[in-house]
Design a protein around this ligand. Structure first.
Ligand code: NAD
Length: 424
């Protein structure tokens, strides 16, 4: 199964709930649009959508939109013709243009999807919100703290539906994980260790040299904040979601340590977010070694949960009966002969604890993006902003930008009060 096939009912089933699951909706009010009653209320309408940006992500989103019977993609906009044409292959009936104003000025368009590079989000988003459109914007929200706050405040004032694609908020594995954490299964969460490692230069082929900055915008500081806004924002959001508070202090470091190819953004970063009693969320990313990949290791005094692997582990597993343990040790060739005295110390490395699956099996769908897109369509048709979506996304961006600021200014940053909103 994958996102293309999984539907809302499966979504609830993945979580072990039925469609009327009131407890689930109480814990995660932003997903209550998936409740059966809410679905009936919006079943007959279609939302007229303009998609701005048909690059990699825009086309990924388009694939979900065209299979949603309540979505009608009426415009595609991109100022790079070859990628606009690729978008057309997915939504051939949509009109096309290169200037986003044409889409926003169309009074029949009800909702806008923005999947352009980070530095363009603010301008297009403000134009869309001021024109009274519902808005789905790719993460991160904006490239500066002021623009991010401006987007949030404009959303509050214009009062239309505003989603940012922080897809973990709609990922069944994450929802289940958060529920387990809140039940106290893992004790008090003491630390969250997050990392996103890859082995690749993050470059895309450029057909001619003058297109370098257009195609590889991620690598240049005029357009991008690099690993922090491209990757970290997803993982930092998990910290806010779990702890329901903001860090007091942020300290980051980074540099270009491997891909010295003319890029401007760091290829190696580490940021520590410290909360009021000293607990920490750390984010680190290296893009020249993929061995440890991607994970959020959420660590409580009773256990650990790793949503990307989709597993959880208790600190104390029941001891194996003595004989079994002895056989096990021989099989693993820990001892060539059976010793009578055990080792006098226990190495402090990860224990051979294989854990349990969070949703009862290995994750077999990509992530929460499809559900986020569907939830946006539902919310826009209903004209109702789900709680917490905009706020979680706002802080995810703010914390990513503060991490980047700390890296660039080589100093610790205290959370600036002027960017606090009425949430948490
Ligand atoms: N939520 C996620 O997991 C996720 C994953 C990947 C990317 N993203 C985000 O999606 C956004 C786009 O990333 P991408 O990888 O698709 O980039 P991309 O470069 O592949 O696509 C961006 C597209 O926007 C077009 N564009 C640029 N400026 C424009 C303008 N003013 N008007 C119209 N079109 C314009 C470009 O020509 C390009 O086709 C970024 O903000 C990125 O962070 C999110």
């Amino acid at each position: 199964m994958n996102n293309e096939k999984i539907n809302r009912r499966d979504f609830l089933k993945e979580l072990g709930f039925t469609a009327g699951a009131t407890a689930l909706f109480a814990s995660f009010p932003w997903i209550s649009g998936f409740a059966e009653d809410n679905q009936k209320a919006i079943a007959k309408e279609k939302l007229r959508i303009g998609v701005i940006g048909t690059g990699d992500r825009g086309r990924f989103l388009l694939n979900f939109l065209v299979r949603n019977p309540k979505a009608d993609v009426v415009w595609l906009c991109d100022n790079y013709q070859p990628w606009l044409e690729l978008g057309q292959q997915i939504a051939p009936n949509a009109k096309t243009c290169a200037d986003y104003r044409q889409v926003i000025d169309d009074p029949t368009v009800e909702a806008i999807v923005i999947a352009t590079p980070l530095y363009t989000h603010h301008e297009i988003a403000i134009a869309a919100m001021e024109a009274g459109k519902h808005l789905f914007c790719e993460k991160s929200m904006a490239k500066t703290l002021d623009d991010t706050l401006d987007m949030y405040q404009t959303h509050k004032r214009t009062n239309h539906v505003f989603f940012v694609d922080q897809q973990r908020l709609y990922d069944p594995v994450y929802l289940k994980a958060i529920e387990m954490i809140r039940s106290g299964m893992f004790g008090e969460i003491q630390g969250i260790n997050t990392f996103w490692n890859r082995n690749g230069d993050w470059r895309r082929p450029v057909p001619s040299p003058e297109l370098e900055r257009k195609i590889n915008w991620r690598l240049y500081k005029e357009y991008s904040c690099g690993l922090m806004t491209e990757l970290a924002c997803h993982q930092i959001q998990v910290g806010t979601w779990i702890w329901r508070e903001l860090p007091e202090r942020i300290y980051g470091q980074g540099g270009i340590t491997f891909w010295k190819d003319g890029r401007e953004v760091e290829d190696n970063v580490g940021v520590m977010y410290t909360y009021k009693d000293g607990k920490r969320l750390t984010f680190s990313s290296i893009i020249s070694n993929a061995f440890y990949g991607l994970e959020e290791q959420i660590m409580g005094n009773l256990g650990t949960i790793e949503p990307e692997v989709g597993k959880y582990y208790f600190e104390k597993t029941p001891p194996m009966p003595g004989l079994l343990q002895m056989i096990n040790n021989i099989e693993k060739e820990i001892y060539s002969t059976v010793s009578f005295a055990g080792p006098s110390w226990d190495p402090e490395i990860a224990k051979q604890n294989h854990g349990e699956y969070i949703i009862g099996k290995k994750r077999d769908f990509l992530d929460g993006t499809g559900f986020t897109v569907d939830a946006f369509v539902d919310a826009a048709i209903a004209g109702k902003q789900p709680p917490m979506i905009a706020e979680e996304s706002y802080y995810a961006t703010v914390l990513s930008l503060l991490g980047q600021q700390s890296i660039e200014e080589k100093r610790e940053i205290f959370f600036p009060e002027e960017y606090r909103i009425d949430y948490l």
